[in-house]
Design a binder for this molecule. Structure first.
Ligand SMILES: [Zn+2]
Length: 265
């Protein structure tokens, strides 16, 4: 990947994935972005995206199966990028990380840590981000633009750098598998969503508030973490991809949040 920095493209992919199901408009915007920056298509992940997009646009329209294919590639890109990030840049010696004396947070909450570090970014070292786990806060664009106004301790304050770093910190409690879930799916908690933690058959499940109609759902399975999205207005799963315990999950969702059409009392 020499001097090419895919960060702007990765950020765009993340923004597209962040709000529910992928639309053909969003795929179109992504295609336009690649057309306008041909350099992207010579490298990962633009090359892979361009190849797939040429294929899906061939007949001039995008079926729901094609949308799902694009969404799956975007998620793969995220997981790959996240692994890369974790390997190359958030490798902090264990001796420096906050360790066994970390207080276990009460309930479902981020650990209260005093720890600051700098991450030199990605492929070119062009960007540097300061991360402070108290808050937590970061100096990346995503954090400053979308997450900085949230109250301290809000899960939405976790940008991808904070997720990476927290994933390396050996704290205990309900928020630990929550952070793992985001790290392993290469995603971040949406800044406008709240979360509840639950368990089904001994496996962790995290369900977000249905802000903008979509509830994000992270499910621990024997094959690792899976991410699903459910549209509460249209009562359907994104891309028709449904978790095996969907009935129980929808029950928890309905009990935990006020859904459109339900009264408050
Ligand atoms: Zn950040």
């Amino acid at each position: 990947m020499e001097s090419y920095d895919p960060t702007p493209l990765i950020d765009m992919c993340e923004a597209i994935l962040a709000d529910g199901e992928l639309s053909s408009d969003e795929v179109y915007r992504l295609s336009e972005f690649l057309n306008a920056t041909p350099e992207c298509t010579l490298h990962w992940p633009g090359k892979q995206l361009a190849t797939l997009l040429v294929e899906v646009w061939k007949d001039g329209e995008i079926s729901s199966l094609e949308l799902q294919q694009v969404a799956e590639l975007l998620m793969d890109i995220h997981v790959h990028w996240h692994d890369h990030l974790a390997k190359e840049h958030v490798q902090i010696p264990a001796s420096l990380l906050p360790g066994s004396d970390i207080e276990v947070p009460e309930g479902f909450a981020l650990p209260n840590l005093t720890f600051t570090t700098t991450i030199t970014s990605f492929t070119t070292g062009q960007y540097e981000y300061e991360i402070d786990l108290k808050g937590p806060s970061c100096t990346c664009h995503d954090w400053e633009a979308r997450r900085s106004e949230l109250p301290e301790g809000h899960f939405g304050r976790c940008c991808k750098h904070i997720i990476s770093l927290l994933n390396n910190v050996p704290f205990k409690g309900e928020a630990k598998p929550f952070i793992e879930a985001f790290a392993s799916t290469g995603t971040t908690p949406h800044p406008k969503k709240d979360w509840i933690a639950s368990q089904l058959d001994g496996q962790h499940i995290y369900i977000s508030s249905p802000t903008f109609e979509w509830s994000d759902i992270l499910v621990q399975t024997n094959d690792g973490w899976q991410r699903y999205e459910y549209n509460v207005v249209e009562s359907r799963w994104a891309y028709k991809k449904e978790p095996s315990q969907s009935k129980q999950i929808l029950q928890i969702l309905t009990q935990s949040y006020t859904l459109p059409g339900q009264s408050d009392n």
